[in-house]
Write a protein that binds this ligand. Structure first.
Ligand code: NAD
Length: 321
């Protein structure tokens, strides 16, 4: 088997490769060539940690395996380690033999950013000029950097619950050569594309903060109870997701479905748009909303590319197993 340690990942995987891997696997999910296994997530009663597994099989991409890991809230203060910890395990789909073990921390940020970028490519207006950010934490920087590659954005506007964090995303915008402006939430009406990536349990972005024609990627809500945008916004929008079952149970759509504003059948897998079996945006006035909940197949798709590259470049550690 091969081992690709976390420290090697940054040199091995590009935003472009992550994007291609995630776009391919979303397409395979919609054509039923790939499926995610039920997610396991447990409070283990030790170190206040949440631990779990996200796995799946992609028959087209050939990836079988799981991401194991979770959130250890005291890591940073007690041990100087980051709080999110994960590792990807890949298996040979022909034999069941373990193929690789891959550091999953940077991969998680790259595959999550790739998901919102895929949604922008397929759902945002071609003439989008103003990029809006709600959130300015760790993931937000990856999200913004990837999103700026999808359209000719002329300005980034940003709002964050903790305004002192806004320089994190201002730096990313400026490094990409795009000016940044902090706005209040109604100021988001200027945005053509909005990414929300926060850990909020109550909505910040309201339906009247969003103009017709906008594309939103709601990326922060990945657990029951979390919420970033007003449920009424989903009723105004055409709603897309990575996986419908997750969207309506742990994603942003959980609230709109529970309150009867939309039905589960209103939520469409983005893979259908990629495959051309759903038209996606049909008017410049449509509000499109991508509910990015994060699926195991995204991790496996990007990890598979990393392993192939690491073997090609001779940096994968090979062990008899
Ligand atoms: P972080 O701790 O670095 O940043 C948290 C962000 O949430 C900051 O912008 C903070 O200001 C904001 N925030 C905190 N409390 C808030 C509140 N009450 N109202 C509004 N905003 C608030 O976290 P991160 O690593 O950037 O992760 C952000 C979110 O993304 C988390 O909820 C995480 O679970 C989620 N996530 C989703 C996926 C996916 O695939 N969809 C993948 C990774 C992370």
């Amino acid at each position: 088997m091969y081992i690709v340690p976390e420290a090697l990942i940054a040199d091995l995987v590009s935003r472009e490769a992550s994007f291609e891997a995630v776009e391919q696997v979303f397409a395979a999910m919609a054509s039923k060539d790939a499926y995610n296994f039920p997610v396991v997530r447990e409070a283990i009663g030790h170190e206040d940690a949440l631990y779990g597994f996200k796995g799946g099989f992609d028959r087209v991409g050939g990836s079988l395996g799981l991401k194991a890991g979770g959130y250890w809230p005291h890591n940073l203060e007690k041990r100087g380690l980051i709080n999110h910890q994960s590792t990807v395990f890949l298996f040979d789909p022909d034999t069941g033999k373990v193929h690789a073990m891959v550091g999953g921390n940077l991969l998680t940020a790259l595959r999550t950013a790739a998901a919102s970028s895929v949604s922008i490519k397929h759902l945002a207006r071609a003439d989008a000029k103003v990029m809006g950010m709600v959130g300015a934490g760790h993931q937000a920087t990856f999200q913004l950097r990837a999103a700026l590659e999808q359209r000719s954005f002329e300005k980034v506007i940003g709002w964050n619950y903790h305004p002192e964090m806004l320089p994190n995303i201002e730096k990313v915008a400026n490094e990409a050569g795009v000016p940044f402006e902090a706005v209040d939430l109604p100021g988001m009406q200027e945005a053509d594309v909005i990414i929300s990536i926060t850990s909020a349990f109550a909505p910040s972005l309201m339906a009247d903060h969003v103009s017709p024609g906008t594309h939103l990627a709601c990326m922060g809500t990945d657990t029951k109870g979390k919420q970033e945008v007003e449920a009424a916004l989903l009723a105004r929008a055409k709603v897309f997701t990575d996986e419908v079952a997750q969207s309506v149970s742990i994603g942003e759509a959980q609230h709109a479905v529970a309150s009867g504003l939309i039905a589960q059948s209103d939520v469409v897998e983005i893979g259908a748009v990629i495959n051309g079996t759903h038209p996606g945006r049909t008017s410049d006035d449509d509000i499109t909303l991508f509910d990015g909940t994060g699926v195991g197949l995204q991790d496996l798709a990007v990890a598979s590319r990393v392993v192939a590259l690491a073997i090609e470049r001779g940096v994968a550690i090979e062990v008899e197993f």
